[in-house]
Design a protein around this ligand. Structure first.
Ligand code: GDP
Ligand code: MG
Length: 440
């Protein structure tokens, strides 16, 4: 997927304008990319036709290439669908507000409800009570108890001999009596949606009338999410979603489908097993994730600022005259590469950055560059021009000056050739090409 977007990006950055023809071509690839991100087909088709409309006739901002412009529009449109604002919980009822969590077994209901409780307690200073109606697995109630303790939230005990309705009625009475702000109800799930489970949670919902009923969906289920969501959503009133396990290697395209089909908001995202790995849903982040390219635009800006045109000219010029490649040239290059290196550090942090950056990531070994730099600084001008001069005594002097051992200098000098090769790689299609593209 990422590769696809990089390709799209590369293709477009070599063209002058966003024409009807290249929009069409590109959108076909965008469609494919979204399908790979597990976005449902109907959603994808709807999406690309709406994009197509917003693109045609749109003038391109001067600072953008057509590729950037298109990606910008794609992002805006995705964010639009996912809801521009974060969707907060509705807690404006009389206390206690009741929030109920539903979903299939193993999707992360129990974990999420505790995380949510912890978040509400810590950020909104709410007095929280947790209760479980999962009477089918004794371990499930225990699990909630253990996690509650860990999160320092009050737990209302229940047991497998009680009926779910009984449990919630009593818990609500208790919560009201003890002036809790929020009662969080964890429910039982099953492996597949079935009538019995839906009936049970629907009955609880009717009895208790929670202000929020959140459906938990595991991001890893992919396309199947739509069936699960529809099953719950048509049988009971769902007020929003929690998407879990977004830390797994999924593109979370289901978020887009869920929102598009149900028009219900995604309220929270869970991205790990630890209790803090939970946050309010930000459309922006999930869009970057679906597109798999991090915040490409701001990164490109960043690279642009770090490397000015003049330097690129020098850089490519030196590469071209490689036979005369000396330590002085290398020094200039190292300084350039280090600047890019800072950017690749950011890149590396992002989810799966595009192939256009792979060359650089692969080639930059910062420590090596730093040592090379130090060694070169300890060389005389003569030595920098003629690497073959560096033997015995000179080597010892450089070692002393740079504080790097002779053995290491030997091995690093050998790497000089490797560096040359690295520069070669860059010349062939890596950095210089990329930089030319973004500095148009
Ligand atoms: P429930 O059956 O729906 O209540 O699901 P649980 O809350 O018991 O979670 C099932 C498993 O998924 C547990 O092992 C959790 O630790 C794990 N889990 C839940 N949320 C996440 C998440 O966001 N990321 C990861 N990696 N694991 C999660
Ligand atoms: Mg559970």
């Amino acid at each position: 997927l990422t590769e696809r977007f990089s390709k799209i990006f590369n293709k477009l950055s070599n063209q002058g304008k966003l024409t009807e023809k290249n929009i069409k071509e590109t959108l076909r690839e965008v469609e494919q990319a979204l399908l790979e991100a597990d976005v449902a087909l109907s959603v994808v088709q709807n999406f690309t036709s709406s994009i197509s409309k917003s693109c045609i006739g749109k003038s391109i901002e001067k600072s953008f290439t057509p590729g950037q412009e298109l990606i910008k529009i794609v992002k805006q449109e995705l964010i639009e669908i996912l809801g521009k604002e974060n969707n907060h919980l509705n807690l404006s009822t009389q206390n206690p507000s009741v929030i109920m969590i539903v979903g299939l077994q193993g999707h992360g209901k129990t974990t999420s409800i505790v995380k949510l409780g912890k978040m509400l307690k810590n950020t909104k200073n709410k007095k929280i009570l947790l209760v479980s109606t999962d009477i089918y697995r004794p371990a499930a109630i225990k699990q909630l108890e253990v996690l509650s303790k860990k999160a320092k939230i009050d737990f209302y005990p229940s047991n497998i001999d009680q009926k779910p309705i009984q449990i919630v009625t009593k818990a609500l009475e208790f919560a009201a009596l003890k002036l809790y702000d929020i009662l969080l109800i964890d429910t039982a799930g099953r492996l597949h949606t079935d009538k019995y489970m839906i009936d049970e949670v629907t009955n609880i919902q009717k009895k208790i009338q929670p202000i929020e009923t959140l459906l938990v969906i595991d991001a890893m289920v992919g396309q199947d999410a739509i069936n699960i969501v529809n099953n719950f959503n048509t049988n009971m009133s769902i007020t929003g979603f929690i998407i879990t396990k977004t830390d797994s290697d999924t593109r979370a395209g289901i978020a887009l489908s869920m929102r598009f089909i149900t028009k219900k908001p995604i309220k929270f995202i869970s991205h790990g097993e630890s209790l803090n790995e939970f946050e309010i849903f930000h459309p922006n982040r999930i869009v970057n994730r679906i597109l798999g390219m991090g915040d490409m635009l701001s990164l490109i800006e960043n690279i642009k600022n770090k490397i000015n045109k003049e330097n690129i000219k020098k850089f490519t010029h030196t590469i071209k005259s490689q036979n005369k490649f000396s330590y002085n040239d290398l020094l200039v290059q190292i300084q350039q590469i280090k600047k890019i290196g800072n950017v690749t550090k950011i890149l590396n942090k992002l989810p799966k950055t595009g192939t256009i950056f792979k060359n650089i990531q692969y080639n930059i070994n910062e420590q090596l560059l730093f040592k090379m730099e130090t060694i070169i600084h300890s060389m005389t001008i003569e030595e920098r021009k003629k690497p073959e001069l560096i033997k015995g005594l000179r080597k010892r002097r450089i070692a002393k000056g740079s504080g790097i051992s002779i053995q290491e200098i030997n091995s690093l000098l050998k790497q000089f050739n490797n560096i040359k090769m690295m520069v070669n790689t860059i010349k062939k299609g890596g950095i210089s090409k990329m930089m030319k593209g973004i500095n148009k």
